[in-house]
Design a protein around this ligand. Structure first.
Ligand SMILES: [Zn+2]
Length: 391
């Protein structure tokens, strides 16, 4: 067991049902907030926006609302949002929404305080990899989904349609200062998305467990998160108003955000980003689910980290697990219990012929995550996983 770690988790987390009502009691990191929401209707219709604005008023700050974020956020939206923050003299951001909104806020924070184009600062792909000159605007996050863990980390994934890239962007200076994780705000997420997002959270943790960089602390956090997600996600999918289930899944998701500060995820995430860069309508969690079985089997066949798979299978409810294949059993059981065992790549326009394109895309967009894999994975191996997953 690796006993070395470097843990910097500077976000204050207000966790639990009803916590949004305490936002107004907190010291805010500025005088004028840009409240970022998605371009959909739900944040307004569910009353979350009004409640947030009322809390900000109670905290004695001015606020302006900007609703320009879509699912799989685009570079253009980030640049528009940054211009909005500058034009309105906002000195901090309140990101209210799901992963897309939280991810975008990191990039908007950077570009509201720095010159040029986002791709000047993106590392990987066609990004120019420049360092940010200035700190970004401080960020407060209020998450309405349990999935990305973005509420407490300084990374966001942004798509560039022009270059067909989907790349993680971040800087430790962009870490949110305050995160409100209130499972009451998650009750309205539809079953299908509850499942996709819950599996995203699950895979953040399972990938940390498979990672070469796993250590005693990241493993402890990840195993706790896996246990709670596996036990409660089927209930949250079945009944969105099951607040107890929502709370446990949210815990697993936020803990994933934390354990990812310690240990990187693996190439499963690079592979999915390549999939949704080429097929923009594919939800991130759905893409991960599609390749997850073949991805784990690749390492199981090579005995790359047998013990880790056994520990995960136990955390997922197979108490007498004694072989790595038990993880696959637990994974498939959970997918079936959540109604997502039959997702098909062909439904999103994939063809078997593009496996190598996807593999090369994964390497060029996020090659770094391949280094976290527990054993080597070539482009041919990677294409083989896509082929095996195809249906
Ligand atoms: Zn993810």
């Amino acid at each position: 067991m690796n006993m070395n770690f470097d843990f910097n988790n500077p976000t204050r987390i207000l966790f639990g049902a009803g916590k949004l009502n305490e936002l107004g009691d907190q010291a805010m990191p500025g005088k004028k907030a840009m409240v970022i929401i998605s371009n959909g209707k739900s944040t307004k219709e569910n009353g979350y926006l009004d409640r947030t604005l009322a809390q900000l008023e109670r905290a004695n700050v001015e606020s302006v609302v900007w609703n320009g974020i879509m699912e799989n956020p685009l570079k253009e939206a980030v640049m528009e949002g940054a211009a909005f923050a500058k034009d309105n003299g906002c000195d901090f951001l309140v990101a209210l929404g799901g992963g897309a909104v939280l991810d975008s806020s990191v990039a908007i924070s950077a570009m509201a305080a720095n010159e040029g184009d986002l791709w000047d600062y993106v590392c990987g792909g066609t990004g120019k990899g420049k360092m940010l000159k200035n700190n970004g605007l401080p960020i407060v996050t209020i998450t309405t989904t349990a999935g990305t863990g973005s509420e407490i980390n300084c990374w966001g994934v942004i798509s560039n349609l022009e270059t067909k890239e989907k790349i993680g962007f971040g800087d430790p200076r962009l870490t949110p200062v305050l995160a409100v994780v209130d499972p009451e705000l998650m009750r309205t997420v539809p079953p299908k998305y509850t499942a996709y997002q819950g599996f995203d959270a699950l895979f953040h943790n399972t990938e940390v467990m498979m990672s070469k960089g796993v250590n005693i602390l990241s493993e402890t956090i990840a195993l706790s998160a896996i246990e709670h997600i596996a036990k409660y996600l089927p209930r949250a999918v079945k009944d969105g108003n099951d607040l107890e289930a929502r709370e446990h899944v949210a815990y697993g998701s936020t803990m994933a955000g934390m354990t990812m500060q310690l240990t990187s995820t693996t190439a499963q995430h690079s592979m999915e980003h390549s999939m949704s860069a080429y097929h923009h309508n594919l939800p991130h969690g759905a893409g991960l689910i599609m390749i997850s079985k073949a991805f784990a089997e690749f390492f199981i066949e090579r005995h790359a980290c047998d013990e880790q798979f056994i520990k995960m299978a136990k955390a997922m409810g197979i108490e007498d697990a004694d072989k790595p294949e038990d993880f696959i059993t637990a994974l498939v059981n959970l997918q079936e219990a959540c109604g997502v065992a039959d997702l098909r790549m062909s439904d999103y326009g994939f063809t078997p012929e593009e496996s190598m394109t996807l593999a090369k895309g994964a390497r060029s967009m996020q090659g770094g995550l391949f280094l976290a894999n527990p054993c080597e994975m070539t482009d041919e191996d990677c294409a083989g996983i896509f082929e095996k997953s195809y249906r």
